[in-house]
Each structure stands twice: as C-alpha cells, then as structure tokens.
Design a binder for this molecule. Structure first.
Ligand SMILES: O=C(O)CCC(=O)c1ccccc1C(=O)O
Ligand SMILES: [Mg+2]
Length: 321
C-alpha cells in the first residue's frame, strides 16, 4: 500500500531579503511525504520567485496529479516542472534509500561585507577557509576595495564572489583594478560578472580572475565545455530538476574539467539538509553554497545542526492531501 501526503508551508523571511529587485517576505512551498511498507521519504517543492519559471500553483497541481497516479501503484514519469521533479525525486530516493545519509554541512559562509563578521565566521569554520560575497549591489569600486581588503586581512582566505550579471565591461574592469594581481588566484571564482556570457569571458581573460556560470545553466544554448578562464558551474537543484538531472549536470561538468558547486535556491532546512547529502554524494571535496538558512525565521521538519531558529513541525503545515 502506498500513501502520499502533501502540505503547504510558509516561512517568514528576514526583513531585508531582496531577490531580483523584489522583497521576499515569506518563502512559500510544498512538502511531500511518500510512504510504502513502513518506510517514508520526504521532499520539498519550492519554486523560487524570480528564478523558477513555474508557479507554486502549477507545482501544486502537477504534484497532486502525480501523487494520485503513484498511490494507484503506477510509476508515472516525473513532472517536467524542475521544482516538482526535484522534490519528488528526493522523496522517492529517500523512500528507496538511494540518497546517502551523510551530509556536507560545512558550507561557504555568505559574507555581507562586514570584515569583523567575516573573521568570526571564519574562526568557526573548520578546514578550508572559503567565504562567499555578493558583489554588484553597490559601486564596483567599493566592491573591489572590500574584496581586496578581505584578501589582505586573511592570508589563507579564498573567496567566491557572485555578481549576478550586474556589471557592464567597464564596471567589471573598475572592480578588478582594485584587486591586487598577486591575490587574484585566491578568488576561487566570480559568478556571472557581466550582463552577457561573452563579456564575462572577456573579463576573465583581461583580469585573470576565474569565472563561474550560474544563470547561464538555465539558458537553452548552454553547454558544459572547458573554456579558458571558466573554472566552475553552480548547480541549483530546485531550478535544475530531478536528482537524475542534477547528477547528469554534475557528471557533464566534471567530464569537462569544471568544478561543480551545489547551491541553495532558498529551500527550507528540509531541502537544505537534503542538499548537503546531495553535495556529499555528488561533489565530495567541494564545499556547497548552502548558507541561506539564516535568511529565514524558522526551520522546517528537519533541523540544521547548530541552528538556533525555531523548528516548525508538520503541525505548522497546511495539509493539502
Ligand atoms: O550559492 C550560494 O552560496 C548561496 C545561494 C545564492 O547565492 C542564491 C540563492 C538563491 C537565488 C540566487 C542565488 C544566487 O546565486 O545569486
Ligand atoms: Mg549566483
């Protein structure tokens, strides 16, 4: 006998969370629980506004239809909506005990740019000192000075930067001008510095700073190929689709000699703890980019080790089925 439950959740976000120029007041999503022969498997389905193409309502409908067929003993193909395919494939993998339990909970801490906050975060980070800084939100010159300062202050620090395509070639050049050339290889990568892929490639060639693709992975003509100056691809499973699709992307990246970084799409602690397991399984030795729980005001179903946020249980969820 198969059993499936579906819930809706809503988690208040920290006041200042802005995504693609819109404030995100709450994170809204679905939680699925599949049961069979006394075992169960959980999954989170949470399309990210401004990033996912599919709406939460479309996800709800596609998930309900799939659950209906699955409970009748069928093996329906996963829906094509990436957030749904991701959540259902996680629930199936847990049910079938195919998602390894060990997680990589060390993650590249997100640094707002306050050097003192960064120092205390790094002190608490065992092993490799890697942090992530969002750039492109303020003046490029300010970003360049800040990044240079952080690299100067912490000699064993490596930085991941993310510009989310904010810069013109000129702005990108103004940024790079402030980075001491001797330290540029301690920038592990900068994600998508410029508006276009070609401008980002030119930035990498001119500055000697390695770049990473993130947004580009969702463009139809994207290919996993080795290119000068391109070191890394950032893979966001909620935006990619099923675990099988995520695995195929990681394998394609590795085959091309690219590093693959599993990254958050602002999932709740339920999805984030599954992403730590996916990272430990598919990208061992690479720190994932999952430091987004602190943007929320609560955890959901499963706790993140060490988080002080309140934990919402199923009683906090709205049952949809
Ligand atoms: O990748 C990380 O380290 C954190 C996740 C992150 O940056 C992110 C999270 C949600 C939406 C977009 C982004 C982004 O890469 O800009
Ligand atoms: Mg990014």
């Amino acid at each position: 006998m198969r059993r499936a439950r579906l819930f809706a959740y809503q988690i208040p976000m920290d006041a200042g969370v802005v995504l693609r120029h819109q404030r995100l007041k709450t994170r809204d999503g679905l939680v699925v629980c599949l049961g069979e022969e006394g075992r169960d498997g959980w999954g989170e389905i949470a399309p990210l506004p401004g990033f996912s193409q599919e709406s939460l309502e479309a996800c709800r409908q596609a998930t309900l239809a799939w659950l209906e067929a699955w409970c009748c003993g069928q093996h329906p193909p996963l829906p094509s909506l990436p957030a749904v395919a991701f959540g259902l494939s996680c629930a199936l993998a847990e049910l079938e005990q195919q998602l390894p339990v060990a997680g990589e909970y060390r993650t590249a801490p997100l640094c707002t740019g306050d050097p003192d906050a960064l120092f205390s975060m790094l002190a608490a980070l065992p092993g490799e000192k890697v942090a992530k800084v969002k750039v492109g939100l303020y003046e490029a010159v300010r970003d360049g000075m800040l990044v240079n300062l952080l690299l100067e202050a912490v000699p064993d620090l490596r930085l991941r930067l993310d510009a989310n395509r904010a810069w013109t070639p000129l702005k990108a050049q103004q940024f790079a001008k402030y980075i001491n050339p001797a330290w540029r290889d301690r920038i592990a990568f900068i994600e998508e510095p410029c508006h276009t892929r070609d401008a980002s490639r030119a930035f990498a060639a001119d500055s000697g700073i390695a770049i990473a693709w993130d947004e580009s992975l969702r463009e139809p003509d994207f290919r996993f190929v080795a290119e000068p100056g391109v070191r890394t691809v950032v893979i966001k499973p909620t935006l990619t689709g099923s675990l099988q699709a995520v695995r195929a992307q990681v394998q394609a990246a590795h085959a091309a000699g690219l590093e693959a970084v599993i990254s958050s799409s602002l999932e709740s602690s339920l999805g984030l703890t599954q992403l730590t397991r996916i990272a430990a399984w598919l990208t061992p030795g690479t720190l994932p980019g999952l430091d987004t729980l602190s943007l929320m005001q609560a955890q959901l179903i499963r706790p993140w080790p060490g988080s002080a946020l309140p934990l919402y249980g199923v009683e906090h969820l709205e049952a949809l089925r």
